[in-house]
Design a protein around this ligand. Structure first.
Ligand SMILES: C[S@@+](CC[C@H](N)C(=O)[O-])C[C@H]1O[C@@H](n2cnc3c(N)ncnc32)[C@H](O)[C@@H]1O
Length: 498
């Protein structure tokens, strides 16, 4: 079988995508009334897995699960296999293969992930991808398929055409990205979104610029077309895994048959893309012989667990419904007005990196809010507000409460995956929530050394020696501060046990 030369020449980044994490997908499915399998022992297939940057951390998190990745780029698969061998993992296999010619021995899966593939492959591969999802999904299985959406891509499509007109395909990928960037630097865009995108492309990873803007194929689809194509392959739309500022609420739908309600919902979803100018969708699909999907229902949040890494500079009012703001770890400011929601978020932030089930979190939130004068209950309005906040991904939903060991000892121990990621250049360090962390060179060195045998002070001494050996002047106090700071950070990311 041949290899995919464009990705061999410029491999994709090795990023984890938290929105593809199986437990998160199971939690989302539950909100739609769909009983997905327990992620901890699931069989998971990733189509177009590149080097395994997404799949390997999942496999490390769920040792009872079984993970299979397939990618047509031999170079990327070999990179991934080398990393898996280094970690001596035996619950994951990465295979060099074509989505359009998958082997017969893969078996069936609880979760199938195809992130960043659907829009970027020719039609016959896209068809094969949907056919594989239907053929290989277990009856309660969930497929995640992301794609570029036609509405939002109208203007980015113009930008892509401009860059392609000036492209010289005979050059190497890095030179082509440099040419594209020179053009962007010289261009003046009248559209504010394009100005912002051009700015982003100047600092984005070259592989993103190349594969998104200079690749042969990048097709955006209207939501309705995607749903119809999935339907033609025996799959139904279940919901959305990406963050969104709005959601569909069906009113006056009593008396409608399930099918009619579903139809109205899908029409409203397409309308939402127009209203939000949606650029990218992360769609969940299920088999058409499974229970009929329905819009998410806020009361189903009561069956889930939650975690959130949030802060707020506001003096929070737990009695009144004034809009106040919380900051997520990535820096976004997220609004919350319902007094009990604000208390709920404070409770989650205090527990982080532990997660809490609904009963515990809402019980503690009620206690806190009542202390400050809240007279209400955890009622329907609260659940709707929580669902809106969860949809912005200010809180993370879990089907199962994530296990975390408390770590306050002096001898930090990071899991083998984190230490390997920290030691091998090009691999991002992934936290316990499947999010890539921003860690500098010295933080990576510290993490790589956290095998439980060295105290924090010993790590600081070693760091000082390494800094000095690299010609960086630092005091023992500065090295100790850095080491303690990083241990605190890695603890908060759920990475350490002691
Ligand atoms: C845009 S990248 C996305 C990689 C990864 N899923 C991510 O999001 O980081 C698309 C991936 O699909 C793979 N791919 C493209 N066509 C394929 C095919 N026919 N069969 C298997 N993999 C394919 C490419 O090699 C590449 O790794």
């Amino acid at each position: 079988m041949d290899s995919l030369r464009s990705y061999d020449a410029l491999p994709y980044d090795r990023l984890p995508f938290p929105e593809t994490e199986p437990d998160f997908l199971a939690a989302l499915a539950r909100l739609h009334g769909f009983a997905a399998e327990d992620a901890r022992s699931a069989r998971v297939l990733e189509l177009g897995c590149a080097q395994g940057g997404n799949l390997i951390p999942m496999a490390a998190r769920y040792p009872e699960g079984e993970f299979v990745g397939v990618d047509l780029s031999r170079v990327q698969v070999e990179e991934g296999l080398a990393f898996v061998a280094r970690l001596q993992m035996n619950n994951i296999s990465l295979r060099h293969g074509d989505i359009a010619a998958l082997p017969d021995d893969l078996g069936e899966f609880d979760f199938i992930i195809a992130h960043g593939v659907y829009s970027w492959v020719p039609d016959f591969v896209r068809e094969a991808l949907l056919a594989a999802c239907r053929r290989l999904l277990k009856p309660q299985g969930i497929a995640y398929v992301s794609f570029n959406v036609a509405v939002g891509w109208r203007s980015y499509g113009r930008l892509r055409r401009l860059l392609l007109e000036h492209d010289r395909p005979e050059l190497g990928p890095v030179q082509r990205v440099e040419r594209a960037r020179s053009l962007l630097a010289a261009a003046a865009f009248d559209d504010a979104r394009l100005r912002k995108e051009a700015e982003y492309l100047m600092k984005a990873s070259p592989s993103y610029v190349f594969h998104e803007y200079l690749s042969e194929t990048n097709q955006a689809f209207p939501f309705a077309r995607f749903v119809a194509d999935a339907g033609a392959h025996g799959l139904r739309y279940l919901g959305e895994a990406g963050p969104r500022r709005a959601r569909v609420a069906l009113e006056n739908d009593w008396g409608l048959s399930g099918e009619a309600r579903c139809e109205r919902w899908l029409e409203a979803e397409a309308g939402l893309d127009e209203a939000l100018d949606t650029r990218f969708r992360r769609a969940l699909l299920v088999r058409d012989d499974a229970v009929l999907p329905q819009p998410q229902r806020a009361e189903l949040l009561e069956g889930l667990a939650f975690s959130a890494e949030l802060t707020s500079d506001d003096e929070l009012d737990f009695a009144g419904a004034c809009e106040q703001h919380f900051s997520a770890s990535a820096g976004e400011r997220l609004p919350a007005a319902h007094p009990l929601l604000k208390a709920f978020l404070v409770v989650l932030a205090a527990a982080y990196p532990r997660g809490l089930d609904y009963a515990t979190a809402s019980g503690q939130a009620l206690e806190l809010a009542r202390e400050y004068g809240y007279r209400g209950e955890a009622d329907a309005a609260f659940l709707e507000a929580l669902l809106d906040f969860a949809q912005l991904q200010g809180v993370r939903l879990h089907a199962v409460i994530p296990e975390r060991r408390d770590c306050s000892g002096d001898f930090p121990l990071a899991p083998p995956l984190a230490r390997a990621q920290a030691s091998v250049s090009g691999w991002p360090v992934t936290n316990a929530f499947h999010v890539a962390l921003d860690v500098d060179e010295w933080g990576r060195r510290l993490l790589a050394a956290m095998d439980g045998s060295m105290s924090i002070d010993a790590l600081a001494t070693r760091l000082l020696q390494e800094l000095n050996a690299s010609g960086i002047q630092a005091t023992a106090e500065q090295a100790a501060q850095h080491a303690h700071g990083y241990v605190g950070f890695f603890r908060r990311q759920g990475l350490l046990s002691c």
